[in-house]
Design a binder for this molecule. Structure first.
Ligand code: PGA
Length: 244
């Protein structure tokens, strides 16, 4: 029986003061649950703050990206070993904003996932189609191509991945995929993971998940939780999604 994983993606939001309030509301409101893991992925400068606030709590933390390189002349990059030093359990890789705005290709996303795993950090590998791709009927082809690049890079470690399906047209738009639309894609992702010997990985859904639609999404057979953007910045909303 797979548990549920609910991860907040704070994106480039926050500040010391606002984070302190949010983190303390989350720790006060989340006692932990055997079948549920809550985590927040914060901007790099705040990892130390998340580590201090969350270390002795059931809430995990992580980063929103990671370098594919181990060390060296890569100005502006942060390695997986650095994330591990700050206690990160997770690193998001291949978020559509990184793919679209920062040219993260399928190959780079695969290399980032591999580098995270090498340092003991769990990659949350994101896949998802644009509206144009969905309308063209290529959703399945796109998400499987993205997933296959990650699987090729991580090889025998496929079972250590978390995968997040995030349709690009549903991110930050208020337009969520219906539970059935999401489940349809998750079934395909699950089948591919099964072929890779990793049928039981957590498959998250992301894209305008809110307190009022989380329960229906998470009730689907192959949706094991969510990657939450906007709603993760409000403690009450995020806690409600965590409990959904
Ligand atoms: P959203 O973002 O919940 O604000 O749509 C999700 C994400 O980008 O991970």
């Amino acid at each position: 029986m797979r548990g549920k994983l609910v991860v907040g993606n704070w994106k480039m939001n926050g500040g010391l003061k606002a984070n302190a309030q949010l983190l303390s509301a989350l720790t006060a409101g989340w006692a932990g649950a055997p079948d549920r893991q809550l985590a927040v992925c914060v901007a790099y400068p705040y990892l130390v703050q998340a580590q201090a606030a969350l270390s002795s709590t059931p809430i995990a933390w992580g980063a929103q990206d990671v370098s594919e390189h181990a060390a060296g002349a890569y100005t502006g990059e942060v390695s997986a070993a650095m994330l591990a030093e700050f206690g990160c359990r997770y690193a998001i890789v291949g978020h559509s904003e990184r793919r679209q705005l920062y040219c993260d290709t399928d190959a780079i996303v695969g290399a980032k996932a591999k580098s995270a795993l090498g340092a003991g950090v769990t990659p949350i590998a994101c896949v998802g189609e644009t509206l144009v791709e969905r309308d063209a009927g290529t959703t399945e082809r796109v998400v499987l191509r993205q997933l296959d690049a990650v699987l090729a890079a991580v090889g025998a470690d496929a079972a250590k991945l978390v995968v997040a399906y995030e349709p690009v047209w549903a991110i930050g738009t208020g337009r969520t995929a219906t539970s059935e639309q999401a489940q349809q894609v998750h079934v395909r992702l699950r089948a591919r993971m099964r072929e890779a010997g990793a049928a039981d990985v957590a498959l998250l859904y992301g894209g305008s998940v809110k307190a009022d639609n989380a329960k229906a999404l998470f009730a689907m057979a192959d949706i094991d939780g969510g990657l939450i953007g906007g709603a993760s910045l409000k403690a009450d909303d995020f806690l409600a999604i965590g409990a959904a």
